[in-house]
Design a protein around this ligand. Structure first.
Ligand code: NAP
Length: 441
């Protein structure tokens, strides 16, 4: 039986689903190495899905089973590009799948975007998720008003996390220092800004309804936001998802406020024009999108643009700067018009940053389908797991394999037990490596 060796770059859902599909394949004997720059697996499931969405996060149990399948190895704490180059990967593996996700932020491209206090939502998400590379200045939480730009599900996640109480947060796995900072913060009002009308909101009905059920905050939707001809026409002709969402927004607009200590306000048809401030943001200037000469100013000491993620180019791999994705034909990476032999792509770096975890299953099956179709023609790299281990070892790379990850996980549950919680995440790389039993050279 032909043996195939496949490297996957990235251990989030799209990479994991590829590993699963390949490991289950009966026609070939496939061994799969999943490279991950962090010491921890699962990508955005660990560092993007909101901590209070434990039900969605429970998918880690199924993802873990994939990494424990025969033929699949997890190589954490290995950065492709520096610890091992893309050329070396291609030399050691018959096929390489790029599943590196979207670790950057889209920019708004307006004045003042670099002022202190304007922080891409991803930084805040990474911080409260305990990402080891997260940098978030907690003094920004002294602001009484925060603005979230964008009306997608990430915008709702960050708005919700800003109003969660410490008791609610203790039911999650967020690190203790995050709970303490959020417990003390001064933010009372969160304003969420959509550049188009409410009928174009990208967040889903389920997530909006969840927000209305948060006990600590009122959700404020002015009836005038929904009394537009466009919303009226969408009510009459839009599909079921938009109709449900508009009905939920209307119900929120009609409901009397509870007078809670915090509030989340929705504004639509508002385009950010400029962030105002000297060194730190003081306010955001907005133009009415449908009447751009109508300007308004909203004071805020913290602004979190949640306008989408962006993939990063990988050295030696074609990249389309305008779409922020790797160009491909049927999941085969292309350079110009020509497929690059043995190079495949999956997930957000292939499709762009949209879709839920499950979307990646179909995406992964397209990618692995392409590999299996090409398999008879793929070059036999003639390498071995030992050769890759030796290469990394010679460079002093401390690989966090699956058993080391399990040791990190055990340390997190032990911490949790000590604090009366299920799990408390480790959030610093050295702490993770120590828990993994790695002696840092
Ligand atoms: P998204 O759904 O694409 O939302 C991005 C938002 O930013 C949109 O409202 C967009 O408005 C706005 N935007 C983009 N450029 C802008 C600009 N220059 N000025 C003002 N606004 C701008 O992206 P996301 O919220 O990052 O979510 C990414 C994916 O993850 C989505 O598929 C999402 O559903 C998923 N996700 C799911 C969950 C969940 O299921 N609970 C949680 C988090 C994320 P336009 O529509 O006008 O472009």
């Amino acid at each position: 039986m032909r043996k195939l060796r496949v490297a996957i770059v990235g251990s989030g859902p799209s990479g994991a689903f590829c590993a699963e599909a390949l490991a289950e394949e009966a026609e070939y004997d496939i061994s799969i190495d999943v490279f991950e720059k962090l010491p921890t697996p699962f990508g955005l499931v660990r560092y993007g899905v909101a901590p209070d969405h434990q039900k969605i996060k429970s998918i880690v149990a199924s993802l873990a089973e994939i990494f424990e399948m025969p033929g699949v190895r997890f190589l954490g704490n290995v950065t492709v590009g520096s610890d091992i180059t893309m050329d070396e990967l291609r030399e050691h593996y018959d096929a390489v799948i790029l599943a590196a996700g979207a670790p950057l932020d889209r920019r708004l491209g307006i004045l003042g975007e670099d002022l202190r206090g304007v922080v891409a939502a991803r930084n805040f998400v990474s911080w409260y998720s305990g990402h080891p590379d997260a940098a978030f200045d907690t003094s920004l939480l002294d602001a009484e008003r925060a603005v979230v730009v964008g009306v997608g599900n990430v915008a709702l996640d960050v708005a919700r996390m800003l109003v969660r109480t410490p008791d609610e947060l203790r039911r999650t796995d967020v690190p203790e220092h995050v709970i303490e900072a959020l417990a003390e913060h001064a933010v009372r009002e969160v304003h969420v800004i959509g550049r188009r009308g409410a009928e174009h909101a990208k967040f889903t009905n389920k997530e909006f309804l969840e927000l209305t059920e948060v006990a600590s905050a009122d959700v404020v939707v002015s009836p005038s936001e929904l009394a537009t001809p466009e919303v009226e026409s969408a009510r009459a002709s839009a599909g079921p998802a938009t109709s449900r969402l508009l009905a939920a927004l209307q119900a929120a607009a009609d409901r009397p406020l509870h007078g809670r200590s915090r509030s989340i306000h929705f504004h639509f048809d508002r385009t950010p024009v400029e962030f105002i401030g000297d060194t730190a943001v003081r306010a955001i200037q907005l133009a009415q999108t449908s009447a751009p000469e109508t300007l308004s100013t909203l004071e805020a000491g913290l602004v979190l643009p949640a306008v989408g993620y962006r993939s990063a180019a990988l050295e030696g791999v074609p990249f389309n700067e305008s779409t922020g994705t790797i160009p491909h034909r049927d999941s085969r990476v292309v350079e110009g018009d020509e497929p690059v032999p043995g190079l495949y792509v999956v997930g957000w770096i292939k499709r762009g940053p949209s879709g839920v975890i499950g979307t990646n299953r179909l995406c992964a099956s397209e990618t692995t389908g392409a590999i299996l179709e090409d398999a008879p023609l793929l070059r036999d790299a003639g390498s071995s797991p030992e050769a890759v281990d030796e290469l990394l070892d010679a460079r002093g790379v401390e690989v966090v394999d699956w058993s080391r990850w399990l040791a990190i996980e055990a340390a997190e549950t032990t911490r949790g037990a000590a604090a009366g919680r299920d799990r408390v995440k480790l959030h610093d790389r050295l702490g993770m490596l120590a828990a993994a039993g790695v002696s840092v050279r």
